[in-house]
Design a protein around this ligand. Structure first.
Ligand code: NAD
Length: 437
């Protein structure tokens, strides 16, 4: 199969490299010349575990290549995946589809024969119809089936997720397109990853429903955590107690500073806009968005509280800036709101993140970025763990406490047992568990 991936970002690059690894011929196209130059020199434009090796080995076999030249790449492709960004449209929260439509126009203008155009980007219900319309306008004589194939991979575990998915959703009723998609995913199908064929609009909605459900689960346990703090209960035990029920399941029940990242915030907002447009209100998701939005700054205030109620002139160390571990992605990271709250309160903030500092630098110009966790602790009046990188799980807590001006630890990911922090001399605050000192 000759496959073209439009957009070599977190999704396009991982998907392209994995499809090449399955044995397909893949060209990843991007508009960003710097990104393509990096990839051609085997420098990864993003941090994703295992990606550099996967790209390198598939480039060496000749199955994976990179290009700026969209028309040349798509001309004789069996399938063209659109994996460009769909951020929130400035001002209203609708998904911004301008990149998707621009790519579609470019594809349409370059087609020479029948093909399958696959939207892998997360797009609102009905976008496939619009993509189809654009292709018909631009290339009226070409047979191009439009398929929705939403992506469910998680940054930080993207390759494993793409290669061993819980399911593959393929939205189209066109038999020829279904056959092409079956052939593309055959290696996974052999591994028994269920291929779920649906109508296109259904597939588009599945992606939003999945993300909204997961965002709801996180927000639910976060509110339970707040209640735990009021009634002297332990949210980790509550999560375990409910998660062992198969109907609930243990995943996405970790209380923390609220969800962030490049998907949940924008996708929940876009789903609400779709619901609004169709006069079919989604009150639960509305509450989730609202509760989560308030939570991020509330976590900043929690740090201020733990530091004695006032951080003016105080130094606060921050461990972890990315929205989750094992990525360099800073989009909508809770750290942004938390740090801003601390800065607004007059604190001096010194932060460390294993992979996210380059992306964080322009977003947090008033924060001093330091070289390791201990440097973040040095002279600090409080230290806050925002992202649960493995590196922060086994810190020499006694050394950390000694380095600090005041041994106050705020663990927004509950990665330390309270007694351990206490034994190291800390006054310790976490999420959904009583503070100890
Ligand atoms: P990204 O911003 O990392 O990558 C998008 C890439 O598309 C950029 O490199 C950009 O330069 C390129 N691009 C834009 N217009 C182009 C054009 N006309 N031609 C060629 N290249 C073009 O975005 P991402 O995180 O990979 O997300 C892509 C889509 O996948 C979004 O819809 C997102 O919601 C969805 N998604 C993301 C994730 C995730 O974890 N990041 C998971 C599942 C789904």
């Amino acid at each position: 199969m000759k496959i073209v991936m439009i957009g070599a970002g977190y999704v396009g690059l991982v998907s392209g490299a994995c499809l090449a690894d399955f044995g397909h011929d893949v060209i990843c196209v991007d508009k960003d010349a710097g990104k393509i130059a990096d990839l051609e020199a085997n420098r990864m434009p993003i941090y994703e575990p295992g990606l550099a090796q996967l790209v390198k080995s598939n480039v060496e076999t000749g199955r994976l290549s990179f290009s700026l030249d969209l028309p040349a790449a798509v001309a004789d492709a069996d399938a063209i995946f659109i994996a460009v960004g769909t951020p929130s449209r400035r001002g209203d929260g609708h998904a911004d589809l301008s990149y998707v439509f621009a790519a579609t126009r470019e594809i349409g203008a370059a087609l020479t024969g029948p093909t399958v155009v696959v939207t892998k980007s997360t797009v609102p219900v009905g976008t496939g119809d619009q993509v189809e319309r654009i292709l018909r306008d631009v290339a009226p004589d070409i047979e191009a089936a439009v398929v929705s194939n939403p992506e469910f991979l998680r940054e930080g575990a993207a390759i494993g997720d793409f290669k061993r998915p819980d399911r593959i959703v393929i939205g189209t009723t066109d038999e020829r397109a279904r056959a092409v998609m079956r052939a593309i995913y055959r290696p996974l199908y052999l591994n028994e990853a269920p291929l779920l064929f649906t109508a296109r609009r259904t597939a588009e909605l599945i992606k939003y429903a999945a993300n909204a459900f997961l965002a709801t689960k996180i927000t639910f346990i976060n509110e339970i955590a707040d209640l735990c703090e009021q009634v002297d209960a332990d949210v980790k035990d509550v999560a375990r107690g409910i998660g062992l029920d198969n109907r609930i399941g243990p995943k996405f029940l970790h209380a923390g500073p609220g969800f962030g990242g490049s998907c949940f915030p924008k996708d929940t907002l876009a789903l609400l806009k779709t619901a609004e447009d169709h006069e079919s209100p989604m009150r639960i998701v509305e509450a989730v968005v609202q509760v989560n939005e308030q939570r991020k700054r509330a976590m900043g205030r929690k740090v201020i509280q733990a530091a004695g109620g006032d951080v003016r002139g105080k130094r606060i160390g921050v461990l972890g800036l990315t929205f989750k571990p094992n990525t360099d992605d800073m989009r909508d990271a809770p750290a942004l709101a938390i740090v801003q709250t601390l800065l607004d309160g007059g604190a001096e903030v010194r932060a460390f993140d294993p992979e996210g500092m380059e992306a964080a630098r322009p977003m947090l110009p008033d924060v001093t970025l330091v070289g390791d966790p201990y440097a973040a602790a040095e002279g600090a009046d409080a230290l806050v763990i925002v992202t649960e990188w493995d590196l922060f799980r086994a810190l020499d807590l006694k050394r950390v406490a000694r380095l600090m001006a005041l041994p106050i630890l705020v663990d927004l990911r509950n990665i330390y047992p309270p007694e351990e922090a206490l034994a190291a001399g800390f006054s310790y605050t976490s999420v959904g568990r009583s503070a100890v000192s």
